[in-house]
Design a protein around this ligand. Structure first.
Ligand SMILES: C[S@@+](CC[C@H](N)C(=O)[O-])C[C@H]1O[C@@H](n2cnc3c(N)ncnc32)[C@H](O)[C@@H]1O
Length: 249
């Protein structure tokens, strides 16, 4: 497991790698009804904190998928009651060809997917009638061309250096063409700014402890990345949102 992910989990006080931690999960999940019979897919589940939280809250049975074997290994150790599978978001439809999901969600992972529209189409193939799709992620007002704040700062998989926020200019059309009907876009720009300001402050306050516990390069790479992310948020080049769509047959 990389030091970056461990440092992040430490500072976020949970196995989350998305903005807003549990507050973000609550904001997103309140859009759907709890039902323990639900089959739920967590796409890009990371260390599994979100999947565990959602299953524990009674939203349904969660299956988490990720392309990074090391995060899945840790997720399985931490949350053995949750199902985790090594699977690319782009191949979820073939991996789960026998299963239908009532809810498909993704927290700050969609921006890493190389072929976002293909993923949306694949998700619709394994979605129950009227299934909910929830994308909690970075957004951009149009096509985003700037380099990722985390680019060249990691030796992890290339997926972690891809930064393609949800293009608000075309998400409704992309969803529609992939058999999803957009219900609502909840703007979280202000919240994202507050969440990242507070994360950066926490990192500054715990700087010495974090450098000692992890290492100097990890701390500085993550810190610089988050400062760049906050700058993009403050310049309104990117924002954050929850996108809620319903599957249409
Ligand atoms: C920023 S982390 C978010 C993790 C998790 N959703 C959370 O909230 O803690 C993004 C995750 O997406 C995963 N990922 C990136 N591209 C992927 C893909 N094509 N298919 C599945 N997972 C992917 C990464 O390995 C990483 O664990």
């Amino acid at each position: 497991m990389s030091n970056r992910k461990l440092l992040l989990a430490h500072i976020r006080e949970g196995h989350y790698a998305h903005a807003g931690e549990e507050e973000a999960i609550e904001l997103t999940m309140k859009l759907i009804q709890k039902n323990t019979q639900n089959q739920i897919l967590d796409v890009g589940c990371g260390l599994g904190g979100t999947a565990n939280y959602i299953e524990k809250q009674g939203y349904g049975k969660v299956t988490g998928i990720d392309i990074d074997p090391s995060v899945l290994h840790t997720a399985k150790e931490l949350y053995s009651h949750v199902r985790f599978e090594l699977c690319d978001a782009n191949s979820a439809h073939s991996f789960f060809s026998q299963l239908r999901f009532n809810v498909i969600y993704s927290f700050n992972a969609f921006f890493c997917f190389k072929t976002q529209k293909n993923c949306l189409t694949g998700f619709s193939e394994i979605a129950e009638n009227n299934a909910d799709l929830l994308l909690f992620d970075y957004t951009s007002p149009g096509y985003f061309t700037q380099k990722s704040p985390f680019c060249d700062r990691t030796k992890e998989s290339s997926a972690s250096t891809l930064f393609a926020p949800i293009n608000l200019d075309r998400i409704e059309r992309d969803l529609f063409e992939a058999n999803w009907q957009l219900n609502t876009i909840i703007n979280l720009d202000a919240k994202y700014r507050i969440w990242y300001q507070s994360l950066i402050l926490k990192m500054e306050q715990a700087k010495n402890e974090l450098i000692q516990k992890f290492d100097n390069t990890t701390y500085h790479d993550l810190y610089t990345g988050y400062v760049q992310l906050l700058t993009l948020l403050e310049q309104k080049k990117i924002g954050g949102a929850i996108i809620h769509a319903t599957h249409r047959k």
